[in-house]
Design a binder for this molecule. Structure first.
Ligand code: MN
Length: 446
């Protein structure tokens, strides 16, 4: 696990002014990675595009391939090393943890206040305004696994479907999860078409095949596997985080009516795999070092985790203090210029299992994790009502609709609704860092 070090110094500032704004998601202490595209001369014949690995800084994206070509990463021995490193970073990030550690310092040396005018000019050539960039998925995602790690979410949902027996007996022993689908993961900003599927709302009649009626979002945090493991080998909990490259936001779109009919006995399937949205920026584990938290404090009477899921370091600071927010903006709100409406606020430190435990459990049977695999925490809900991370919980299965500032009501998502997720970390004595946005708008069914 990364320690707090000189790269987290709150007094560190950038010569890029927007990176010093108190409310920016991307100060020099953050430096999240992304895949971006910048198109020039869209209208003219001389169309060209920059497609590269980037780092977000203030309201700009720094083109890392461009910097490498210009020899700006001069502490690497050869230019080729940087190019390979950057490609590896995104595609095959196998042994790069140590290199990543050095690379973060090089980036800071390019971007910190006080560097020469000459260097600033050189670096400036590789900066692009975020608002003029489009983004690709941060990694080529081979496999996707979704967990179910909020005990508050699991208890709420369980009590709707099984009032006598909300939490199943395995919950406090196993980080519950299911294998999701990687092919339908899309980057923030991609529209999501309402799925069709089997609905059996009328228990006395056969199911009907219709557009989903109870469309929902799930506020989740994702983490990308950096270094993988060989088939047949497990990953000890103490080493789990060495295999995690960084975190992003995940919206696990969910068709609740399809889900309630299909989920037994094998779990979620078509209710989930029509789309999953991720944010474009990957915040590294090192950037998150100041925002570590103890693992969830299990109440008296809860079993201790089994040995392979127990560890002192994990207990002390396996958790993450990340504030999560979900907003909605309907078509009517957009037309009337009404700002997105806050639906919930929750915090990742309330998860029952840590990301280290999720990863260690995933590999505990010898399952080989691979670079670029995405894992998500499951809906992050807290104890309180305003901390419920999906509409199923917020509206209690549609029975308590939400009032919006436009005068509209919502039980579940309507066509034209846009869901916007945000996250940030704050701690006294440290610079606030953020995750950017994870947004998606619902289009009508086919
Ligand atoms: Mn989920």
């Amino acid at each position: 696990m990364f320690e707090i070090n000189e790269t987290h110094d709150p007094n560190l500032r950038s010569w890029i002014d927007s990176a010093n704004a108190p409310d920016t998601d991307f100060p020099i202490q953050n430096l999240p990675f992304c895949h971006f595209v910048y198109e020039t001369n869209k209208e003219g014949y001389a169309w060209s595009a920059v497609w590269s690995v980037g780092v977000a800084i203030g309201n700009q994206i720094l083109n890392l391939f461009g910097c490498a070509e210009d020899g700006l990463f001069d502490k690497f021995e050869k230019l080729g090393e940087v190019e390979i490193f950057l490609e590896n970073l995104i595609y095959y990030q196998s042994e790069a943890a140590d290199t990543l550690f050095k690379f973060r310092r090089q980036l800071i040396d390019l971007l910190r206040e006080g560097v020469s005018q000459e260097l600033q000019q050189k670096v400036s050539r590789h900066l692009y305004p975020i608002t003029n960039c489009t983004f690709d998925l941060p990694f080529e995602i081979g496999d996707y696994t979704d967990f179910y790690c909020s005990i508050f979410h699991a208890t709420n949902v369980g009590s709707m479907f099984r009032p006598d027996n909300p939490l199943l007996p395995n919950y406090k022993y196993i980080p519950i999860g299911y294998h999701g689908r990687a092919s339908s993961i899309v980057v923030s900003g991609t529209d999501v078409k309402r799925p069709k599927g089997q609905n059996r709302a009328d228990q006395n009649a056969p199911p009907v095949f219709i557009p989903c009626k109870n469309l929902d979002y799930e506020m989740e945090v994702g983490f990308f596997v950096g270094k993988g493991n060989n088939l047949g080998e497990s990953i000890p909990l103490a080493e789990a985080e060495d295999h995690i490259f960084g975190l992003c936001l995940v919206n696990d779109w969910s068709a609740r009516d399809i889900q309630s009919w299909e989920y037994q006995p094998l779990g979620p399937f078509l209710a989930k795999n029509f789309a999953t949205t991720v944010s474009p920026f990957v915040v590294t584990m090192e950037a998150l070092a100041p925002f570590r938290a103890p693992a969830f404090e299990r109440p008296d009477g809860d079993p201790a985790p089994l040995d392979y899921l127990s560890g002192e370091e994990n207990q002390k600071r396996g958790g993450l203090d990340i504030n999560l927010e979900v907003y909605i903006q309907t078509e009517k709100m957009r037309a009337e210029n009404i700002a997105p409406h806050l639906l919930s606020r929750s915090n990742m430190k309330d998860l029952y299992w840590t990301i280290g435990q999720m990863l260690a459990h995933h590999a505990s049977n010898g399952c080989n994790l691979q670079t670029g695999d995405l894992m998500a925490t499951g809906t992050v809900s807290g104890r309180e009502k305003h901390e419920r991370g999906c509409l199923l919980e917020l509206t209690w299965r549609g029975t308590e609709p939400i009032e919006l500032p436009s005068g509209e009501q919502r039980r579940f998502l309507e066509d034209g609704d846009e869901v916007i997720m945000k996250a940030f970390c704050e701690r006294e004595g440290f610079r606030r860092i953020g995750f950017g946005e994870c947004r998606g708008r619902i289009l009508p069914a086919e």
